[in-house]
Design a protein around this ligand. Structure first.
Ligand SMILES: [Zn+2]
Length: 534
């Protein structure tokens, strides 16, 4: 008799191994360092081979009868199926790989974890960086051959990234140590290639397509593949409803604080750091206090040995991360350390980093938000639960936490509430903009205008936001939508369990299952709740 559970795990292991072999950059992100000196090729053939592989594994998967698998494997089966289908959809239907030149961004991403993660002495990491940078001209060359359906806005975005390449290379050479001469050589060759690439992009722009949007049918399909069961229209309606209600709520709070939204802003921005040093210090302080709150209130468990390290954003990344960004601990690294990188405000205006905003962001990014979620996910024994891309859960959870901690008494002054509502308004706007952009119902310029008028964001930041949405259609809508779905799930489970409902249990159950689409997560939580009842 065939042991189907074994067969299935074998297929999973083989698929993951093959995937990492073909995409060494992903392996580095996961903390598997035997791939650090390699890089993917970025060629047309490579993408076609990825497609062929995904189809082949799907075929093999369909030969395994799901009903013979145990509970955990059945979940992973469904996840692998979704992962493959989404890959095929990207490669075959959406075909961004033919439309979006991404060499500069890709090379930056390939170097980044080697640069900022101290899993080995700098010297060893520099050796890997040098190897990857040596392969980079080839990646650029292949990219230039691969783009045969160029899209204007994607070229614009890449041009901005290429402009930062010299700074990025200088930063790397600067810390080269023993490898400084070799790196200098490598950087010079790459620099020349980037110059070719820049003029190539200039030419490519001339008869590039205006159309960047994937269209309504594709958006619907993409969301379904990520386990969202609502229609595009329903999602848009959710965004519009929230936007209306949240604005009203914020008006009322603003009146309480200082008479009007404008005056409330002024008052809130008075409590801002005066310089970058103070700002870093405040982030550290609020990360610490958010962590203390999670422990004291019993919001959820924290895995042993985790921590978050705050560092200033490296120079060459500052245009890509105008505010701040969190990087989770790699799945296979022993140390459970998240990185929180913070950019000094390009305008020198520290008001955006007022204390209330910092307090709220630290909940979202660190405790009990992203850092907590990713630490638990990386402890899950199944690798499939670490590589999936389920933004409605990931962003939904972090956004859910902002309000959930306030309900328990943390960050609950009127000023905090004002900031939280402002951030929610921004997420509601993201739903509307993401849906309309992806459906081709809103132009980039219209989207920027809408963001500025609804959120009060400055035009440059709004432009950077909207540009990013065009590259990751279907992502920006995930924050508020995911939160909405998690709240609904909580209600459902509370109703099921009545007196037996325990918030800490609910949070732990969600966190300890790994990164999942909401659809599957809901099923698991309901099964566990039923167990509690029996
Ligand atoms: Zn987030």
């Amino acid at each position: 008799m065939v042991e189907w559970n074994e067969e299935f795990r074998k297929l999973v292991d083989e698929t993951v191994k093959e995937f990492l072999n073909r995409h060494p950059e992903e392996a580095t992100y996961l903390g598997l360092h035997e791939y650090d000196d390699k890089m993917s090729k970025g060629s047309r053939e490579e993408f076609l081979e990825d497609l062929r592989m995904a189809e082949e594994v799907s075929e093999k998967l369909s030969e395994i009868p799901e009903e013979y698998l145990n509970y955990d494997n059945r979940i992973d089966y469904e996840l692998l199926e979704m992962f493959l289908e989404e890959n095929v959809f990207y490669l075959k239907d959406l075909q961004f790989w033919r439309k979006m030149p991404d060499a500069a961004e890709h090379i930056g991403n390939a170097i980044f974890p080697l640069f900022v993660r101290d899993f080995a002495p700098m010297e060893i990491r520099m050796k890997s960086i040098n190897s990857r940078l040596k392969l980079a001209p080839n990646y650029i060359e292949n990219t230039m051959k691969r783009i045969d359906m160029p899209v204007k806005i994607f070229i614009e975005i890449e041009k901005q990234t290429v402009r930062m390449a010299p700074f990025f290379l200088a930063t790397v050479v600067d810390v080269g140590g023993k490898y400084v001469d070799e790196l200098h050589d490598t950087a010079e060759k790459l620099h020349n290639k980037f110059e070719d690439y820049e003029s190539y992009l200039e030419d490519l722009s001339k008869d590039a397509e205006e159309r960047f949007w994937i269209g309504k049918d594709n958006l619907q399909k993409l969301l379904k593949l990520r386990g969202i069961e609502l229609s595009v229209e329903e999602i848009l309606a959710i965004g519009e409803k929230y936007l209306r209600e949240l604005k009203e709520k914020r008006e009322k709070i603003a009146v309480k604080i200082a008479g009007s939204v404008e005056e409330a802003w002024k008052k809130i921005k008075e409590k801002s750091p005066r310089n970058f040093e103070e700002m870093l210090h405040l982030y550290e302080k609020y990360i610490k206090s958010a962590r203390e709150f999670v422990v004291k209130s019993g919001f959820c468990d924290l895995p042993e040995g985790e921590n978050v390290r705050v560092i200033p954003t490296p120079e060459y990344l500052r245009h890509l991360i105008p505010f701040a960004a969190y990087y989770p601990p790699p799945k296979f690294e022993e140390k459970l350390e998240g990185l929180y990188i913070i950019t000094p405000p390009p305008t020198g205006d520290y008001g955006e980093h007022n204390e209330y905003s910092i307090a709220n962001t630290c909940v979202h990014e660190a405790y009990p938000g992203h850092h907590t979620q990713f630490c638990w996910a990386s402890k899950h024994r199944s690798i499939i639960r670490a590589i999936g891309n389920y933004p409605a859960f990931v962003e939904g959870w972090a956004h859910y936490c902002e309000e959930a901690v306030a309900e328990l008494g943390y960050n609950n002054t009127d000023e905090h509430e004002f900031i939280r509502l402002t951030d929610m308004i921004w997420r509601a706007v993201r739903i509307i903009v993401d849906v309309k952009l992806s459906c081709g119902e809103m132009s980039v310029e219209e989207a920027i205008k809408f963001m500025v008028s609804e959120t009060g964001m400055d035009e440059n930041s709004a432009r950077a936001e909207v540009m990013r949405y065009t590259q990751t259609q279907g992502y920006a809508l995930s924050y508020l939508l995911g939160k909405h779905l998690i709240k609904k799930m909580r209600e459902e489970i509370e109703n099921m369990l009545g007196d037996k409902f325990d918030l800490r249990w609910f949070h732990n159950t969600i966190l300890k299952e790994g990164t999942l689409p909401i659809k599957i997560l809901r099923k698991i939580v309901k099964d566990k709740a039923r167990e509690l009842l029996s």
